[in-house]
Ligand binder design. Structure first.
Ligand SMILES: [Zn+2]
Length: 337
């Protein structure tokens, strides 16, 4: 089946954008766009293009084609290129958010506008409550082209933003198969920092998990945690030193995923830090198919149980969470929210 056959408002918007940026005069009606005909060279808007791109025709010379025929004649992008260009739109919008907007030295920050087609959303994400996410200071947005939710987690090291990871929400949008589920900054600082390093500090007990989502799930339940940002490949001597040198940890509970990488990471942590502090391993629960959960997807009752186990192991139950980002970046994210 031709890819032209579905009427898609997002594609119509792409076609209009191309016409606008090429400076082509047009008039828009419900399902049609009228432009001058390039085939007989008329100046009146007598050439119609269906917004799906699948049909186009001149009233006067009766030349009949589709968007690609028109685009070829005009030297514009064909429909596949337009569609490809918009896969990843949401991520490019992210780049604009992170790179653009304002001079750090200016006292009054220049307002950062959401790129066209994007708006913020304030809902929950997976098992994380909307209010929790808002208090944490994450940035959430939705774009009308890819049509799914995105969420941005800044990564800090010594209170400076050194990277970020963006997750994708509901997998219903048009490009969800092409757009990555997660995208991270380049470089991604996973070899020298933990997610949560600046947010959970001066704690005597800590759970070490693999991913950001796992970590957030524990925070939401009042459990101090850091994310290693991966398993064995990103457990490094620098990070072991960070735990030894920068914390007052007495108890470290590892809760890596139950797979070979996670098991190896668990061993490595024990080898590197076992002489310095007490290390326990959390037993992750299994789902109904007998597969192991990760921390993020574990049942609520297991998460509560983990908290109880840590109290039993001597943790005083204190948990204080510092803001996700301070500094200029935080102000920028606040403004965007
Ligand atoms: Zn014509």
């Amino acid at each position: 089946m031709s890819k032209f056959h579905v009427y898609d408002p997002a594609r119509a918007e792409r076609i209009l954008r191309v016409l606008r940026s090429a400076g082509i005069q047009y008039r828009e009606k419900a399902h049609f766009i009228y432009v001058p005909c390039p085939f007989h060279g008329g100046r009146s808007l007598g050439f119609w293009i269906h917004k799906s791109g699948r049909r186009a025709k001149c009233w006067k010379c009766e030349h009949e084609t589709d968007w690609n025929g028109y685009a070829d004649k005009m030297g514009l992008r064909r429909i596949d290129d337009l569609d490809d260009e918009d896969a990843g739109y949401s991520m490019r919008a992210l780049d604009q958010l992170l790179d653009g907007g304002g001079d750090e030295d200016e006292e009054e920050l220049a307002p950062v506008a959401l790129p066209n087609g994007m708006r913020s959303w304030t809902g929950s994400w997976r098992r994380l409550r909307a209010n929790f996410l808002t208090e944490l200071g994450v940035f959430r947005w939705y774009d009308d082209i890819s049509r799914y939710e995105r969420i941005l987690f800044p990564l800090t090291f010594q209170h400076e933003v050194v990277g970020w990871q963006a997750g994708r929400g509901n997998p219903k949008g048009r490009y969800w198969k092409r757009d990555p589920k997660y995208r991270a900054s380049e470089p991604f600082p996973s070899k020298y920092t933990f997610f949560g390093l600046d947010q959970v500090r001066r704690t005597r007990a800590l759970v070490l998990v693999e991913g950001i989502y796992d970590c957030l799930r524990l925070w939401q339940n009042g459990i101090p945690a850091w994310a290693n940002l991966g398993a064995k490949s990103v457990w490094t001597a620098e990070k072991a030193e960070l735990v030894r040198g920068r914390t007052r940890l007495e108890l470290l509970v590892t809760a890596f995923d139950v797979d070979s990488d996670g098991k190896r990471a668990t061993q490595m942590v024990r080898e590197d830090l076992g002489d310095d502090l007490r290390i326990l391993r959390a037993r992750l629960p299994k789902d109904t198919d007998g597969d192991y959960h990760d921390v993020g997807s574990s049942p609520q009752r297991w998460v509560r149980g983990l908290r109880t186990d840590m109290r039993d192991a001597g943790w005083d139950g204190r948990f204080r969470l510092y803001p996700l980002v301070r500094s200029y970046n935080e102000q920028r994210f606040r403004r965007l929210r």
